[in-house]
Design a protein around this ligand. Structure first.
Ligand code: 13P
Ligand code: SF4
Length: 338
């Protein structure tokens, strides 16, 4: 993963193998985390793709848009971000006075990695008259090179806020970009990036599942490829998928996104049946290897030692903040967030 500041103390902790040895296996981690939250005035923000235990200790669980908003408005002294690096970085960009810690600093994102800043700068220079809309799953450097940020929960509204005759570059997710081109009728120039998790669903296995469960609805995240999205009954961000399963009259769902979301779906609708869409390998469900680097143990340790901490260059932070603020302003005006 590129462009990550690792504090010297963290390297030292990792060198000593401290992370592996520090926890008494008899410790009640749930109670210890609750104690640390109070002692340190800390808030735990978790993405839906985190393991179930982490979701269960979180103060807020959400999609990228909800998490950014929570990070912006929290009054806690420390934001413990149970997600991946670009999410914790976004929290620091929006609320620099807070200490932001991430349980595992190596929790990156294949989509963010697919857009290295020097190459993206050249790409942008080739299209000088284009407005740049970047999906939030990108580094701070890419955000700083963008005009507006979007998430899967607000992308359509963000695109609609740009005049119809204004050419747009959309980065870094080509699948989400292609889906949005279809939805909005635009012809955005797409950066060639993708998410490793959403690209490996097996259409063949999903089709077989649909035959075995004819009553099941296929619900999918727009980071999935077009052939899968074409057969989906509902497409949306993680929060939108969760809401759909709560409000829909059906009872069975094949879920084409990272499996962590099934925990909240099952909790909200215990009587319903959720089947993870299988990937094109020998696994039955699809975990994001980056998201799943975070564990309850690492969450506890990062709260106890307040490390690893997200540190940012101030000039970069200010440049990256502008397009995120535009996104939040447009989302507020559209009534997508409060
Ligand atoms: P949302 O939760 O915003 O839908 O994003 C999904 C994702 O891939 C996050 O990494
Ligand atoms: Fe990145 Fe995909 Fe993992 Fe989300 S699921 S963090 S987009 S690799």
């Amino acid at each position: 993963m590129a462009d990550i500041n690792i504090a010297p103390e963290v390297l030292d902790i990792e060198k000593k193998g401290f992370l592996d040895r520090a926890i008494d296996p008899a410790m009640d981690l749930f109670a210890a985390i609750e104690r640390l939250k109070k002692e340190k005035n800390a808030v735990v923000l978790a993405h839906y793709y985190q393991e179930a235990d982490i979701q269960d200790v979180a103060d807020y669980i959400g999609d990228s848009l909800g998490l950014a908003q929570q990070a912006e408005k929290t009054s806690a002294d420390m934001i413990v971000f149970a997600g991946v690096h670009f999410m914790a970085e976004t929290a620091k960009i929006l609320n620099p006075g807070k200490k932001v810690v991430l349980p595992d600093l190596k929790a990156g994102c294949s989509l963010a990695d697919s857009a290295p800043a020097p190459l993206f700068r050249q790409f942008r220079e080739k299209h000088p008259d284009h407005v740049v809309i970047s999906y939030i799953n990108c580094t701070a450097e890419i955000k700083a090179l963008s005009d507006i940020i979007c998430t899967s929960g607000n992308a359509e509204k963000i695109i609609e806020s740009v005049p119809a005759d204004q050419p747009i570059i959309f980065a870094p997710d080509k699948n989400l970009g292609a889906y949005l081109n279809k939805k909005t009728g635009r012809n955005m120039v797409l950066w060639n990036g993708a998410c490793m998790v959403h690209e490996i669903f097996s259409l063949e296995k999903i089709t077989r599942l649909k035959v075995r469960h004819p009553e099941a609805k296929l619900i999918a995240h727009p980071e999935c490829e077009d052939p899968l999205l074409r057969i989906a009954d509902f497409i949306g961000s993680t929060t939108q998928l969760l809401k759909f399963t709560q409000q829909d009259a059906g009872s069975d769902y094949i879920v084409a996104t990272e499996t962590g979301i099934l925990h909240q779906m099952q909790k909200a609708s215990p009587q319903k049946n959720f089947i993870p869409a299988p990937p094109d390998n020998s696994c039955a469900c699809n975990d994001c290897p980056h998201m799943k680097l975070n564990t309850l143990e690492k969450l506890y340790l990062c709260m106890e030692y307040e490390l690893p901490e997200i540190l940012m260059d101030e000039e970069l932070r200010i440049a990256a903040k502008k397009p995120i603020e535009r996104m939040l302003d447009i989302s507020r005006a559209a009534g997508l967030i409060g």
